[in-house]
Write a protein that binds this ligand. Structure first.
Ligand SMILES: NC(=O)c1ccc[n+]([C@@H]2O[C@H](COP(=O)([O-])OP(=O)(O)OC[C@H]3O[C@@H](n4cnc5c(N)ncnc54)[C@H](O)[C@@H]3O)[C@@H](O)[C@H]2O)c1
Length: 277
């Protein structure tokens, strides 16, 4: 019999991406949604919404694609209704690490997060390449963590992740704490903040009268070669002047102890901020 999945929040941003992949696959899926916008998103896809009271106790896998600020409340109502042996999945480590997902010793819980396609990902067509989120046409890796449960739960979690984030190039197994070091700490607290600062620098130059297209071309081209050099995609280095100036900028741009964002006590504060309304 096909694995039975209940997708909670099927009409949201992640829910819709996952729905688009599940409708092409062979799983038996119940799509659950409550908001008018989410219901409309599913209606335009021709997807029928199921009844939660019927779907949840029947499901082999329950996926919570719901807002992180509602995760505690929703998980608290969903988890007691799941059948013994079933698998709970969440898409982000914040709420699980913040203690918002109740534990049960007769089910499993796997957290699965997409890496998104790399800036160096290659696809044979421009259209396929321009799937920047992933989940449509561009290959992306995924990270998975077993929060609790058995190896069989973990393997099922990997299988479902590979289907919902398809096309998937590889799955990395990490711990829940390691996933939280990746997100929020590495890619939101650090890289998103740095990218926002870069965009603010871009906007400032445009406001100062530098031709907008020149600023955009200059910064986006430099970003790619800087990433390529730093991450070893090319065998090259920066100019002497570039190293000299980036060394000078360190103390201007960063606080001396900025790396504390990767310490668990700081990460616990980050995930608490994410799950608090
Ligand atoms: N948005 C992203 O790019 C992204 C990427 C990776 C992981 N995630 C994770 O995915 C999860 C969902 O995030 P999102 O951005 O898709 O949120 P979202 O707000 O876009 O969607 C959440 C959906 O859940 C629905 N919902 C709320 N309560 C419900 C209930 N009781 N029953 C059924 N449906 C309910 C809402 O109506 C909404 O449609 C979060 O854990 C987030 O961290 C998001």
């Amino acid at each position: 019999m096909a694995t039975r999945i209940a997708l909670v929040g099927a009409g949201g941003k992640m829910g819709c991406r996952i729905t688009d992949n599940f409708v092409k696959g062979s799983y038996a899926v119940d799509y659950l949604e409550v908001s008018p916008k989410g219901l409309e998103n599913l209606r335009t896809r021709g997807v029928q919404v199921s009844d939660a009271d019927t779907a949840l106790p029947d499901a082999d896998v329950v996926i919570l694609a719901v807002p992180d600020v509602l995760m505690g409340e929703i998980a608290g109502s969903v988890v007691p209704r799941m059948k013994a042996g079933a698998l709970l999945m969440t898409l982000d480590p914040a709420a699980p690490l913040d203690g918002q997902v109740p534990a049960r010793n007769d089910i499993g819980c796997v957290v699965a997060h997409p890496c998104h396609p790399s800036v160096f990902n290659w696809e044979p067509t421009e259209e396929a390449f321009r799937d920047f989120y992933g989940g449509i046409s561009a290959k992306q890796p995924v990270v998975c963590a077993l929060m609790y449960g058995t190896d069989a739960h973990y393997r099922l979690g990997e299988e479902i992740s590979t289907a919902m984030y398809a096309p998937v190039s590889r799955v990395h197994r990490v711990t829940l704490e390691q996933m939280a070091m990746l997100e929020p700490a590495l890619v939101e607290t650090l890289t998103q903040t740095c990218m926002e600062a870069v965009k603010e620098g871009h906007d400032r130059l445009v406001a100062a009268g530098v031709p907008a297209e020149a600023v955009r071309d200059f910064v986006l081209g430099h970003l790619r070669i800087q990433i390529a050099v730093l991450f070893g995609e090319v065998n090259g280095t920066f100019s002497d002047a570039a190293y000299k100036i980036s060394k000078r900028a360190r103390s201007v741009v960063f606080q001396e102890n900025w790396q504390r964002i990767f310490d668990l006590p700081d990460i616990r504060e980050q995930v608490r901020d994410i799950t608090t309304r």
